[in-house]
Design a protein around this ligand. Sequence first.
Ligand code: GLU
Length: 213
Amino acid sequence: MNYCGRFAPSPSGPLHFGSLIAAMGSYLDAKKNHGNWLIRIEDIDPPREVAGAADKIIDTLDRFGFEWDEPVLYQSTRYTAYQDALHELQKEKLLYQCICSRSDIQAHGLQGVEGAKYPGTCRKRGFDNSTYAPQRSALRIVTGDQPISFVDGLRGTICQNIAQDIGDFILKRADGLFAYQLAVVIDDAYQGITDVVRGADLLTSTPRQIYLQ
Ligand code: GLU
């Protein structure tokens, strides 16, 4: 498969130095491997977005000399694909509605690798269309109690058991917005991404994304 990399900023502000480093890392890795390099604007969280930030980010990348091989993909144009994926998971009985608040979850005191781990309280609710209240419930995916490992180019082998380290995670938020974990997986597949170079803050997200893949 031909190498295809990407840079996928969220337009929550101008391109900061750390993001520029991530962009450069993925760009150079793509070039070294004679691959393509794409830009995807992850604009699926309007409350966190800053007007004009997406254009500014693209303009900054352009001024630094980056060149991308396809038109920029905006996640705000991809809602149908995300919803279709949720339907598939629902059919497989892998989704359930969750009405827990942040404080409900914290009250259980289960520590995961990213703060409070979801204790699975609503798993028994399943997905019941008759009571489905999209304004109030988030959608979580049932996670398996098995290790997921991958080899990171810098950190080596990373292994995580999602059920133990994170818990069932959210794919659609209670406010109706699609979760980053879902959108990133759907679009990495859609764009044919073969290699991901990004900030180390996302290292613990990778196993969830592999699980969804
Ligand atoms: N949009 C994410 C961010 O700006 C990065 C997504 C990714 O590289 O997977 O933090």
